[in-house]
Write a protein that binds this ligand. Structure first.
Ligand code: UDP
Length: 359
């Protein structure tokens, strides 16, 4: 069975590393890796390949820094060539980026089966590029691996049982990655020492969603809230390149402790050591829960509704007062994890078993 895996952005390297590891040693699986190039800085791309032990991509398309349409179009064209030359049994795509959509579309048009990992998630906000990518990718996928029951019911309510596809709830591959790399992070990461941080005495923040960075009003409001919080707490913020550019463009200054984007092992060490997580990232909302930290999410809605339903996460939108109040409330509050929300770290194994049994 030949699998063509498409990755391009930071969270996809992490997800694909977990699934590829589950393929290793299984007879009859031949995986070919395509890196579209969507994320290209060393600290957004190569460091993940090095730290997560991902093999060098078989095809590196080097497509980045373009508008959504141009980027997706170029990827579609190049991935089509790779699919034609590699002749895979199916193409595997992850998450909700332009690389995901381009990979799925290129394969489907060539009548090659599409497998979507992290299917069925919805924010119900069609202004988000990720929402468009995930809905279209789901619709043309043949196998949909869903991380949660909510993801399965989202697909059911869109009528997916009438389509020619298979829906499988397998749990979240991000939990597999978090558990697997946690020991390595504890052993190898020196980020806390390097940054002079003490466990439990800082909050970890990430901010990069286009809905926040590209909307001057929202960005201003969030910067004001984070600056107010920075007077009370140490807020460590690995700054995404998109946010750096947006801040410069809008002449805004963030008083948080800004650091360069970090590799995954350092990120785990920061998550492990943090008191509270503030974010607009999808991945971080769950990672906060994996590492027993409350999360304050700077978005109006989330795909990971179960974290909110169970009280581990709170949505504050781009409202500075709500942000400050939620962080104050979460600071120092003991975290009690009384439920298993994401499958317990066996998602990748389930995917590999299911593929072998059914494809
Ligand atoms: N991440 C990282 N270094 C950073 C910021 C994030 O390793 O400086 C990891 C994070 O732990 C998570 C993934 O990248 O596993 C999430 O990526 P991102 O927030 O870019 O995307 P999203 O999850 O929102 O799709």
């Amino acid at each position: 069975m030949k699998i063509l895996t498409i990755v391009g952005a930071r969270p996809q390297f992490i997800k694909a590393a977990a699934v590829s590891r589950a393929f290793t040693g299984r007879e009859g699986i031949d995986e070919v890796l395509v890196h579209t190039g969507q994320h290209f800085d060393d600290n957004m791309s190569s460091i993940f390949f090095e730290q997560l032990g991902i093999p060098r991509p078989d095809h590196h398309l080097e497509i980045h820094s373009l508008s959504h349409g141009a980027m997706t179009g170029r990827m579609l064209e190049e991935i089509e060539k790779v699919v034609l030359s590699e002749k895979p049994d199916f193409v595997m795509v992850y998450g909700d980026t332009n690389s995901t959509l381009a990979g799925a579309l290129a394969a489907r048009k060539l009548h090659v089966d599409v497998v979507h990992v992290e299917a069925g998630l919805r924010s119900f906000d069609m202004a988000m590029p990720e929402e468009v990518n995930r809905i279209l990718t789901d619709r043309i996928s043949n196998v949909l691996y869903c991380p949660t029951d909510t993801a399965v019911s989202n697909l059911e309510s869109e009528g997916f049982e009438n389509y020619d596809c298979r829906i499988v709830q397998c749990g979240d591959v991000m939990e597999d990655a978090a558990l697997y790399y946690a020991d390595q992070a504890r052993e190898c990461s020196t980020v806390l020492d390097d940054e002079g941080l003490a466990t439990g005495e800082f909050h970890l923040c990430t901010l990069h969603r286009a809905e926040n960075t590209d909307d001057p009003g929202r960005l201003q409001e969030l910067v004001a809230g984070l600056n107010a919080l920075s007077r009370k707490y140490t807020i460590v913020l690995p700054l995404h390149p998109r946010t750096r550019i947006a801040l410069e463009k809008q002449g805004l200054s963030l008083d948080a402790r800004l650091i360069q984007p970090v590799g995954y092992l350092d990120m785990i060490a920061l998550l492990d050591g943090a008191s509270v997580v503030l974010t607009d990232s999808g991945g971080l909302q769950k990672e906060a829960y994996f590492f027993n930290k409350y999360c304050v999410t700077m978005r109006d809605q989330t795909e990971w509704v179960e974290t909110v339903e169970h009280g581990f996460n709170v949505l504050v939108g781009a409202d500075r007062e709500k942000l400050v109040a939620a962080v104050d409330q979460a600071s120092g509050k003991p975290f009690v994890r009384n439920i298993e929300l994401y499958g317990g770290g066996r998602a990748a194994e389930r995917i590999a078993d299911d593929l072998i049994a059914n494809v």
